[in-house]
Design a protein around this ligand. Sequence first.
Ligand SMILES: [Fe+2]
Length: 412
Amino acid sequence: MYTVNVDSIDKKMVLCENLYSKTGALIMRQGRLLDERIIPYLKRLGVTSVIVKDASGKVNNDPFCEYDIKGLFADSPFSRSEPQRGENNNRYERLRKDPRILLPDHTETNSLLTLKEIDRNNPFDLLREEVLFMIQNAVITFSLEGRKNVELIQKVVALFEELLEGHNEIINLLDIKATDSFTYQHSINVAVISTILASHLDYQPGEIKTVALGALLHDIGKRKTPPHIRLSDKQLSLEDRKTMELHPVLGYDYIIRNPIIPEEAAFIVYQHHERLDGSGYPAQLKGDEIHPFAQLVGMVDVFEAMHANRHYRSERNEPVEIVEYFMSLSNTHFPEKLVRVMLSSISLYPIGSVVQLNNNECGIVIKSNSNIPCRPVIRIIFDRLGFPVRGERIIDLSHSDKLTYTITRSFG
Ligand SMILES: [Fe+2]
């Protein structure tokens, strides 16, 4: 292991330690194979050096490592260091580096973010920039059209920029050191998804802003939950669960005293674990007793956690399971209308994610189908034997003649 300046990163290096931003947010997990494309991103977040080791022959050098699909292509020519078909070396090499080059709307994500003046000596400005960057990426991940919908990306980023501008108190409330990186990312994702849904539900601009703020702060009470409970990955004891379930009350008490936080945003914090049938907490409210904004954010909270489970936990929730879960709880835990809007307007398979089909072909998602969210449009990149596909092979899984195809695994 050794330390290198970010400018010296090249593709023969593997990250040896988790990488955190100046504000404590997890930027990248250890074990990630690095390459020079990551340099501008790290610099943007203020990282000056990283601890790395040289990639040995045992390290999976597949480009899809960023999707955590090590081993999936173990028998594929792509898992070898050199492409097998000489005439297409350039194309294969580019594909090896980034499968998203196959996306019709492939552009650099960074180029979309255009912030107002940033004072690099001001820690609040740096944190604000980081939050907005994460918000932009969340819009790309969860919106049906990914980065293609520049208008939506800019609209949501502008909304949060306005929300955070001049309000260091809010940025301070998001201070990751007081919670943890998982809650930080989760809160941002919940805020973005809730904002997109509020737009689809034709909420007024002021209401959308309140939903965004309440969603951003919904778990703020976890700041006061002891870390051994908050960060536990084991099943909590009854006593610890009761302590954990205090976080909506603690969060509400904490922010209601802040004059810049609208009362309705505080309701979101207090009621986001209540459920329509009264089975939630802390007050076992029922139906209309739960504020509509809290019903919305409470549903998104569960959705995001299940979605994130796919990336970070051993018990993965495939999108089809997520859909079944929400359909089964429609009108008991969550309003049927909200469930319908969420499943038709939020991407279950983000554009650019890699999927494996039941016939062993692998592809990249190029378009979502809002009418059948579990059956996106796929561009096949590896055939059933693991060889790169020549030419263009597109499968729209929502077509009636493609119903025998199913997605068996997804990554990213
Ligand atoms: Fe919560």
